[in-house]
Design a binder for this molecule. Sequence first.
Ligand code: ADP
Ligand code: ZN
Ligand code: ZN
Length: 746
Amino acid sequence: MRRPEPKPVSDAPAPQTAPCAGVLLPRPLAGAYDYKLPPGCNAPRGTLVTAPLGNTEMLGVVWGPAEGVVGDNRLKLAEPLEGSPALPPRLCDFIDWVADYTLTPPGAILAMALRSRGAFEPEARRTAYVKGEAVPARLSQARKRALEVAADGLARSISGLAEDANVSPAVVRGLVTAGALVATTLPEFAPFVAPDPAFAAVTLGDDQARAASALRQAVAAEKFSAHLLDGVTGSGKTEVYFEAVAAALSTGKQVLILLPEIALTAQFLERFAARFGTRPAEWHSDLSQKERRRVYRAVMRGEARVVVGARSALFLPFQSLSLIVVDEEHEQAFKQQDGALYHARDMAVVRARIEHCPVVLASATPSLESFVNAAGGRYVHHRLPRRHGVAELPAVRLIDLRKERDEIDAAVRAQWLSPPLRAAIAETLAAGEQAMLFLNRRGYAPLTLCEACGHKFTCPSCATWLVEHKYRRRLACHQCGYEIAAPNACPACQESGTLIACGPGVERVAEEFAAFFPAARYAIASSDTVQSQPHTGPLEVQGPLRAFARQEIDVLIGTQIVAKGHHFPHLTLVGVVDADLGGADGDVRARERTFQLLHQVAGRAGRAEKPGMVLLQTRNPEDAVMQALGRGDRDGFYEQERAFREAAAAPPFGRLAAVIVSGYDGEAVREVARALAKAAPAAKDVKVWGPTPAFYALLRGQTRERLLVQAGRGVDVQAYMRAWLASVKVPSAVRVTVDVDPVSFF
Ligand code: ADP
Ligand code: ZN
Ligand code: ZN
């Protein structure tokens, strides 16, 4: 769309009514607002405009026809941006879909799609120099060299040319003054190089080739299909979906690869570059404003052919997608836990449907939802049952901590590493191989207690225990980031020397490890900055992981950060310090998650020629999850879990939606929660539970109550929720949040 020229006055003047449109603003408002457009302007859906709201001008998007009276002169004027950029209409449809499904105002979803300040402004340009006509009178050796380099016709900055010609910038400037180099302008950003599908193709094994060929065909069909790429760790899932990416590149369209933020590592980007000859565009929370602008623009123009990103990349303005891949599709991190509560894996399937392209969900431990969808034929199921090459799946052994207990207590200072685990570590180190110790708990100890009076250190605004971080000498709340210096005396009884650390975190396991293996080189990998968000950036843990990959250390002791996607060829032993941790938080997915996490951790061992071994320390060796892990019976576990969920009408056999009521005034919160429970309409196949205090009943000073809607598969949960919530008046100091398909019960 182009901004129209003012029309000349015609002889038969048509009735002049200004065109108007519904404009959606990136704010959590109820919907689009009517605005007037400049005379003669015909702005289709997606057109970006600046629109006044109150005293400010803001970016908005033409969403549809105006709702009110056409030609209403009281409407304010919205103006298309210079150059008339527009969001692709399919992105607008996607935004509407997500808003509707998650019961979020569409403007709040739009805000996620516009999250690049300045991407729509005219592009800045930078000055560069090319060889001109004039030949300077005086031609020094340095000047000659610079002109020789410039003879290739490429435009370079002054410093760029100086560097390439190995001369000083002053020499280059001199040539500019002499007219031998002339200025030109270049785009602000270097363009993205198109990945080369044939750059370094691999020869696939039989199973791999079968899956790859099916995926290539799905890409070529240019219509929606959903695929579960289900293969054990190391089976070559990445290589297989790279083949689908290669096929997609040949269509001329774009590709989106979604990874959990934590797996978005330099290692993955390098691997992509090794296969396709160039790095993909990346999109995640660590990008600078400038880089964000560069990627956003390039995606909108169709120049960025492949984007590898975290969940928010789903809302980028792709011109046309030919493939979406969701790697590690089972990861809970795909669920956005604040703001708009959407599940990026599920919404990726929706976007693929809207874009008429295939979506590939890859995992070694699929979510039960995807497993059931594949079993029921809704997703095409591609299995890769074997590791690539000679690598064997590791043997898994359970260590019954109840039996080892006496011995553990008797051994000097040994509390967390049982004798069989220590023996295995010693053997591994003696063989010159690497070991990994896994404990999904950051810090030194999860609880600090006064031996004299029983005082426990808790967070004043979350009612959670403060976790000791010994290296930083702090006690920290992992929910809100509250911290205090580790005290010497008890604040309750003033005794000193009475504070004891209870339970282990990775730092404490490392301390014990170092006491037993003083000569071993080890490091801790954990996102040890205290989190104020559900996840931290992927970059800060790269140090220890890289050192481990380079064999600069022998043992890596880490939290779940070490469980994902890394390839360590010399890692042969994985010790899980507490396999029972996290199995008891009482939500429907607790067993599934424990299984997935431990299976992933186990999968780190023996990925190359050397066979691997996994030792799980547990107090519940009879537990179904432990048994399945011990037998290596993944499908057995899934069948059992599926039966269990089906009997409980739990997802995916029933639908859930949570309502979280929160606020600083506890009494007001409880009152709203009770009113909601009372107002819940009776409906077939719908049950409403609660209110009950949420798992974090006090979080950052706010009281939190929960209600849970459990509905049959055929129920229109969104319609039910809308009717219900509209019937209760909520005071402004209380917040009611809806979480459709909740994955955690915090
Ligand atoms: P997954 O994603 O299933 O864990 P990967 O794709 O990472 O598996 O493959 C594991 C390792 O085996 C990687 O180093 C990968 O490059 C290698 N690999 C897998 N398939 C092949 C193949 N056909 N040819 C060469 N190397 C392969
Ligand atoms: Zn005390
Ligand atoms: Zn706190």
